[in-house]
Design a protein around this ligand. Structure first.
Ligand code: 5AD
Length: 345
């Protein structure tokens, strides 16, 4: 496959989705990943900088209506310390993820990004993931030095989207994804598998929509019912839909960065490894201050809550990666189109 391959067509994806057995899909996803991404599994240091959130998404443990959690907000100095610690460990992407916290308005985020970039220089990339903002705000973030932005569309079914997000529309969310792209940020989106009310067709459409949006990164994980949300009593689906989606996304978007997600690792002990075996190429070790990690509980059973030694946790993955023919990479891991355009400058 050529490095700039457009990937499988809608029609091919649809056929695979309905007819190809999981084992074969996994093999195809892995082989495609080896061809386009090589053996490297990229690392991104995840910093969950605030769990305050104005949103009330039905599935999410940090929703505004959940009064049973301790709310926290990391200070700028603390975030910079985590970045410094991450740099010592050779990490070269930092993902700042938080709820839609009014105290973390865009100006404040921009000043923080400037401070991080002043410290790291171009050696490290900054990814932001802090919800719906205006197109002008995404542009400010890019001007401040942010490299990437993550904003999942969550589900491709407009009615289900509105039900889960208190009437907010999928169209608005997709406008936000496009505004992020227009701001010149490398763009990640994605969805949950097994959401209550999500049909097989919706699961397919989630993959097709990711292709249509030409995403640089796609995050996928299983929905896990959180006991302090309105969806507490929903059924837990298995991991297979996530694994199939990973392989299909790799075929549909051969160059996209696909993380082996924490939610997959939380549902099954080897969930992240299964995703890598199906074509995922990114791991996101959580480098948030240990005390706060458990409070960023989007779903129950989240892994890596007790690890103090992030280096050990990361290195602990090496033997498993080796059995999959993979190795850890500390590169920035820009989306290919961005790294090639940077080279031209
Ligand atoms: N189960 C699994 N994933 C969840 N997320 C939020 N709540 C849950 C849950 N209960 C995901 C959403 C969000 C990302 C940060 O975490 O897809 O975009």
């Amino acid at each position: 496959m050529k490095p700039n391959s457009p990937g499988a067509s809608r029609h091919q994806i649809q056929n695979h989705f309905f007819t190809t057995p999981t084992e074969e899909l996994v093999q195809r996803g892995f082989a495609t990943c080896q061809q386009t991404m090589g053996k490297s599994v990229l690392l991104r240091g995840l910093i969950e900088f605030t769990n305050h959130c104005n949103c009330n998404c039905l599935y999410c443990g940090i929703r505004r209506g959940n009064q049973a959690i301790r709310r926290y907000r990391l200070a700028e100095e603390e975030i910079l310390e985590l970045v410094a610690r991450g740099r010592e460990l050779q990490l070269s992407t930092f993902v700042l993820q938080g709820g839609e916290d009014p105290e973390w308005h865009t100006d404040r985020i921009c000043r923080l990004v400037e401070r991080i970039k002043a410290f790291t220089g171009p050696a490290a990339a900054v990814t932001l993931s802090c919800g719906n903002r205006t197109p002008a705000e995404y542009r400010s973030m890019a001007s401040a030095g942010a490299d990437r932005y993550l904003i999942r569309f969550e589900t491709s079914d407009p009615e289900l989207y509105a039900r889960l997000h208190h009437g907010q529309s999928l169209a608005e969310r997709l406008d936000a994804v496009r505004a992020v792209q227009a701001a010149g940020l490398q763009t990640g989106s994605g969805f949950m598998t097994g959401l209550p009310g999500q049909t097989v067709e919706t699961e397919l459409n989630n993959i097709l929509l990711s292709k249509e949006l030409e995403l640089d990164m796609v995050g996928v994980g299983p929905f896990i019912p959180h006991p302090q949300t309105p969806l507490a009593s929903s059924r837990q689906q298995g991991l297979e839909a996530t694994i199939r989606a990973t392989a299909l996304l790799r075929l549909a978007l051969p160059q996209a960065h696909l993380p082996a997600t924490t939610s997959a690792g939380s549902l099954a002990a080897d969930g992240r490894e299964q995703m890598i075996a199906a074509g995922a190429n990114v791991l996101m070790p959580n480098i948030t201050t240990k005390d706060f990690r458990k409070d960023y509980a989007l779903y129950p059973g989240k892994i890596c809550l007790d690890e103090t030694d992030i280096e050990g946790a990361v290195q602990g993955l090496v033997p498993t990666l080796a059995t999959l023919g993979k190795k850890l990479s500390f590169a920035r891991g820009d989306a290919p189109i961005w790294s090639s355009s940077n080279q031209q400058i």
